[in-house]
Design a protein around this ligand. Structure first.
Ligand SMILES: Cc1cc2nc3c(=O)[nH]c(=O)nc-3n(C[C@H](O)[C@H](O)[C@H](O)COP(=O)(O)O)c2cc1C
Length: 446
């Protein structure tokens, strides 16, 4: 077992992480709603010793298309609700962890605390919560709002939301349920800590009607890269997800996150930074380049242009092979993504088409094109030079590239001694990631 094994997550995007991937020859076009397919993927990811599958989510059909006609080119429409699918996937696996996104903006903390606590038991300690504030405006429209909550307010709500959830998970001490037949007492009342929370946004009495989660708290992931995003992540997250385009940006981000954690009094090893990577592989470099070119050429303008709309406005009247106009001011959706799109847009020789092909390709994540050894070189380089603790690997389309990741890339990483060949720990996701189980902390008020 390597001293510091690289952590591996499989970042699931239904129908493939490359937005045009589903159009590739041999690609499944109906993977999104096929539970048997995902069960097979989960078993294969477990055989490859992935630490977890990550299911991103939003509570809407999320898009920036102008109208239904433009939207009809988007293949990220019909997707499973992650907690539901994770229940089914955990039943056919033993070690693989499952991280699901759930929004603090369009949920109530009691719902989230209860669902993740239940799922922690259903998976036998293998679940994680990716705390998101939701980036898409469409979610607002499904929850009685005319507009998305402002970015700063979303994070203020998120801060209180997670405190309430943690408090609810600590409703009961680990050994509160004595279930004593002789005396007739089911739990020890001294070990019940009713939350009685009254804050700026939430009033939640508690206690939770689920025992303290098996992992203490499910693994907590966070992906906000803005100032408030990093503050929240630094305070609470075990896993930090991020989209980093370059090695230098990744190293700077890594240092900043670890500093943030230190300010919040956390050990550097308590937070694992896991950027995304979208490998486009071939047995030879030429094969990989050809596959990449084929994928990029399949990005229809109706699919590509909306990916730039939040940053540049409507570009459909401009020549696609011409330069980009000035960007719009800021963005209420994804502040960090806005900045990184603008940085790419400013690169010499960048055109509207090239930029939307990049964005449709990996939603801002690092695209790595080459042989398994080439991809492993990049992963190793960032990992060994302060850029990451592991990787969230995106699969461009399904299923072939997923099997190539399991059968070519992972063995290459194993040969280099970078990843483990067996699961470590006590069978929980915290255990396999080497993360401590949070001690019980009473937050209850009488
Ligand atoms: C790898 C990764 C996965 C994400 N998954 C989700 C998700 O599933 N749902 C969601 O609403 N936002 C998701 N986000 C968006 C983040 O939660 C966050 O809103 C975004 O990074 C912008 O953060 P910022 O506003 O702090 O810059 C994800 C971001 C990254 C980098």
């Amino acid at each position: 077992m390597p001293a510091r094994p690289m952590k591996l997550g499989l970042n699931i995007v239904a129908n493939g992480a490359h937005a045009a991937g589903w159009r590739m020859p041999g690609a499944r076009t109906d993977a999104a709603m096929d539970i048997r397919f995902w069960q097979e993927m989960a078993r294969a990811a477990e055989r490859a010793r992935f630490h977890f599958m990550f299911w991103a989510d939003g509570i809407a059909v999320r898009h920036s298309a102008r109208d239904d006609d433009e939207l009809s080119y988007n293949a990220r429409i019909d997707v499973f609700e992650p907690l539901t699918v994770i229940g089914a996937l955990s039943a056919v696996t033993e070690h693989l962890g499952f991280v699901a996104s759930a929004s603090t903006t369009y949920n109530e903390p009691y719902h989230i605390a209860r669902k993740f606590a239940s799922l922690d038991y259903v998976t036998r300690g293998r679940v994680g919560w990716n705390v998101v504030t939701s980036w898409s405006e469409q979610e607002a429209f499904n929850f009685g709002r005319d507009a998305h909550m402002e970015h700063g307010l979303r994070y203020r709500r998120a801060e209180e939301f997670v405190d309430v959830v943690f408090g609810l998970w600590d409703s009961w001490e680990d050994d509160a349920f004595i279930r004593d037949k002789a005396s007739g007492r089911y739990f020890d009342p001294a070990k019940l800590h009713t939350l009685n929370h009254r804050g700026e946004v939430f009033a939640v009495k508690g206690p939770l009607n689920v025992a303290r989660p098996l992992q203490g708290y499910p693994v907590i992931a966070q992906a906000g890269s803005s100032g408030p995003g990093q503050d929240l992540g630094g305070r609470i997250a075990d896993l930090i997800y991020t989209a980093q385009k370059s090695r230098d940006d990744a190293i700077a981000f890594y240092a900043s996150v670890k500093r943030q954690g230190e300010v919040a009094g956390r050990a550097p090893g308590a937070m694992l930074v896991m950027p995304g990577v979208l490998p486009i592989m071939g047995r030879t470099r030429q094969e990989a380049q050809d596959r990449f070119a084929q994928l990029q050429a399949l990005v229809h303008p109706a699919l590509g242009l909306p990916t730039l709309r939040d940053t540049y406005g409507d570009l459909s009247h401009l020549p696609p092979d011409g330069p980009l106009p000035s960007p719009l001011e800021g963005s209420n959706a994804l502040k960090s993504a806005h900045q990184s799109i603008v940085r790419l847009g400013n690169q010499p020789g960048m055109t509207i088409r090239k930029l939307y092909q990049i964005m449709a390709g990996a939603s801002g994540h690092n695209i790595s094109v080459g042989t398994p050894a080439d991809i492993a070189d990049v992963m190793q380089d960032w990992f060994e030079n302060g850029g990451c603790d592991g990787w969230n690997i995106l699969v461009p389309f399904l299923p072939e590239p997923a099997y190539e990741i399991f059968d070519w890339l992972v063995p290459e990483l194993q040969r280099r001694g970078l990843v483990a060949t067996e699961y470590a720990g006590d069978g929980t996701l915290r255990g396999s990631l080497g993360l401590a189980r949070p001690a019980f902390r009473s937050r209850g008020r009488r």
